[in-house]
Design a protein around this ligand. Structure first.
Ligand code: SF4
Ligand code: SF4
Length: 168
């Protein structure tokens, strides 16, 4: 009798499994036509990072290094510089003069995004990151910066004050 139960149990499992197969066969086929057409991603897909700007075009990154400290792969390299009255790059005191991410080490964990206090770094949907040389996988700030919003003047350049004439 145990053998009969075993056979019946196996048959039930097969029927259950095949029901899933037949149900899926009736569903419309979903095929991405990549590379002829760009694939669609879920909104939260973690692709290549984007360094964001504010509505005035200023870089949101204030070179606080919190993302680099949070990165478990140690793949973020930043060099900070001071904004000046004559030339403003970010909204804070400092900006990232150099901001590199080494994608041969990045594990797309998102810790850098969570650590950023200014929402300066986010994950975009860029995924074509393959290369034949690991040094090609080091992305620079210029490779990741969001475009300057239309109508914004960036960087903010304040012309030096004209020398005051020798008044009396
Ligand atoms: S996603 Fe993770 S591994 Fe990649 S740069 Fe950010 S913190 Fe580092
Ligand atoms: S991206 Fe964010 S966390 Fe990283 S240095 Fe810039 S402001 Fe700081």
């Amino acid at each position: 009798m145990p053998k009969v139960n075993e056979v019946l149990g196996s048959a039930a499992a097969i029927v259950k499994g095949m029901s899933v197969t037949f149900r899926e066969m009736m569903q419309p086929t979903i095929t991405d036509l990549y590379p002829d057409a760009p694939p669609e991603f879920e909104e939260r897909y973690r692709g290549k990072h984007v360094l964001q700007r504010d509505e005035n075009g200023l870089e949101k990154c204030v070179a606080c290094f919190l993302c680099a400290a949070a990165c478990p792969a140690n793949c973020i390299y930043i060099e900070a510089a001071e904004n000046t009255d004559a030339k403003r790059i970010s909204g804070g005191e400092r900006y990232a003069e150099v901001y590199n991410i080494d994608y041969s080490r990045c594990i797309f964990c998102g810790y850098c995004v969570e650590a950023c206090p200014t929402d300066a770094i986010t994950h975009g949907h860029g995924f074509e990151l393959a290369g034949y040389n690991t040094s090609d996988l080091v992305m620079r700030k210029e490779d990741m910066l969001a475009p300057i919003p239309e109508g914004a003047h960036f960087p903010l350049l304040v012309p030096a004050a004209a020398p005051s004439g020798g008044g009396h």
